[in-house]
Design a binder for this molecule. Structure first.
Ligand code: HEC
Length: 109
């Protein structure tokens, strides 16, 4: 009984610390995005340039893949290839966590 409770508590603690890591990633990503991304992708992830995509609410895995692709040249764009070139893996994770944490709602026409 005690052993089961202990392992449950350990499981809950691990889960919570996992969420904590994600929250910290998103916070760090927010700070970086304000400086490096908001000009075009908007402070809330809704693009402020007509030819830049919205990033708010996008899947983190997709954002990571695209930023990695810009960085390694598999995806090319005059602006994003330059911006992604100097991003570290940690920064890509943080930025992806931030934009995917923004909640968007959709209204059908
Ligand atoms: C000067 C404007 C500008 C800035 C600053 C900028 N972007 Fe972009 N971003 C763009 C444009 C334009 C595109 C569309 C590029 C293309 O067609 O591939 C884009 C595309 C992207 C995409 C691909 C989205 C998709 O739907 O496939 C991601 C992810 C992205 N940007 C993330 C970022 C992040 C993170 C930052 C900050 C570190 C950033 N961008 C800074 C203009 C910008």
């Amino acid at each position: 009984m005690m052993k089961k409770l202990t392992s449950t508590l350990i499981g809950v603690a691990a889960l919570l610390s996992g969420f904590q890591v994600l929250a910290n990633d998103a916070e760090a990503g927010h700070a970086k995005a304000d400086v490096a991304c908001a000009l075009c992708h908007g402070p809330n992830g809704l693009a402020s340039l007509p030819n830049a995509p919205n990033l708010a609410g996008q899947q983190a895995i997709y954002l990571k893949e695209q930023l990695t692709a810009y960085r390694n040249g598999r995806r090319q764009n005059d602006v994003m290839s330059v911006i992604a070139k100097n991003l570290t893996d940690a920064e890509i994770n943080q930025l992806s966590a931030w934009f995917s944490s923004l909640k968007v709602t959709v209204e059908m026409p």
